[in-house]
Design a protein around this ligand. Structure first.
Ligand code: PA5
Length: 310
């Protein structure tokens, strides 16, 4: 499948109905996952706050994990060693475990599993991995999924603005710096990872207001400011935070390309923001003559790690 076909599938993934059960005794939630699978937990944690959510993106398992923990391992391949290791330790600690995966070792390990379709890049299966979380925790009503579907369909039908942004980055050979205003902190990171994996360029992400306590010094004083392409993800709803952007520009003498995300519900806006980044990074890959599907360096690294263990 062509990468752009994978992008068009995102909206349909929102109709995925598989869920897992969350016992009423659940006191906390741990979500473990790496890369294109790990981003799902980060996005979920920014949308859901009824229970404490702790994210794992390494080999560890938090000390507090016990029988009242809902432990969710997300790995598209099901074989990512960090996630498999973390899940194994959570099982020993008696956690209530579930895997969201298309196959691999994770299929046989936990108490429950949500099996998602194979054949996509993990980062293109975001909807298949996020939807079971949102639906199992009742984190969004049905009409928000419908609104998100419509928002994604609109972007699929017209991504000329995304292409224009990609061209500006490409022609200037810029390094993107993406800052999200809540609830787009995780989305800013998603864009960074999509620039990395799809377009094969380095990128950097952060969030307002946190960057005002550190990056702001560098925005004013760093080397070669002109080599960066500064993006702010905003929606006009969080003015207490958004007001900082103009002040930051004035103090540091840089200009942000504001990307205004439209939509009623947080879910629709977050999904739209994800998809805008998907298309910018896809167009940039095309302009650079790079294959957005190619993750051969990541695969080689995984093979070498496997060989070193045998
Ligand atoms: O997008 C990718 O291919 C990677 O970021 C993978 O998601 C990452 O290496 C983890 O693999 P998996 O998603 O199979 O757990």
């Amino acid at each position: 499948m062509d990468f752009v076909d994978e992008l068009r599938l995102l909206k349909d993934q929102l109709a995925f109905e598989h869920k897992f059960s969350v016992p009423k005794e659940t006191k906390n939630v741990v979500i473990a996952g790496m890369g294109g699978s790990g981003i799902v937990g980060k996005i979920f944690a920014e949308l859901y706050s009824a229970l404490p959510v702790y994210l794992v993106d390494d080999y560890s398992t938090p000390g507090f994990v016990n029988k009242n923990t809902m432990y969710i391992a997300i790995s598209y391949s099901g074989n990512t060693e960090e996630t498999v290791t973390s899940l194994a330790a959570a099982m020993k600690k008696g956690a209530n475990t579930v895997a969201i995966t298309s196959g691999g070792k994770l299929l046989d390990m936990p108490h429950q599993r949500v099996v998602i379709p194979k054949g996509l890049q993990p980062r293109s299966a975001l909807g298949y991995m996020l939807t079971p979380l949102l639906k199992s925790f009742n984190a969004a009503p049905r009409h928000e999924f419908q609104e998100a579907y419509a928002a994604l369909a609109r972007i699929d039908a017209n991504h000329s603005e995304e292409e224009r942004i990609a061209r500006e980055i490409h022609e200037g050979e810029k390094i993107p710096v993406i800052y999200g205003v809540p609830p787009y902190k995780a989305v800013a990171y998603r864009w960074k990872t999509q620039f990395n994996e799809n377009s094969k360029i380095l990128a950097y992400s952060g969030s307002f207001p946190e960057i005002n306590h550190n990056d702001t010094m560098a925005l004013k004083g760093t080397y070669r400011k002109g080599e960066f392409y500064f993006i702010a993800l905003v929606d006009g709803r969080n003015m207490a935070v958004e007001r900082r952007i103009g002040i930051t520009e004035a103090i540091t003498d840089i200009k942000f390309r504001r990307i205004k995300i439209e939509g009623q519900s947080a879910l629709a806006r977050v999904m739209a923001a994800v998809h805008i980044g998907d298309y910018i990074t896809y167009h940039l890959a095309r302009m650079r003559g790079k294959d957005p599907l190619d993750v051969s360096v990541i695969e080689e690294l995984k093979e070498r790690l496997q060989a070193a263990r045998e």
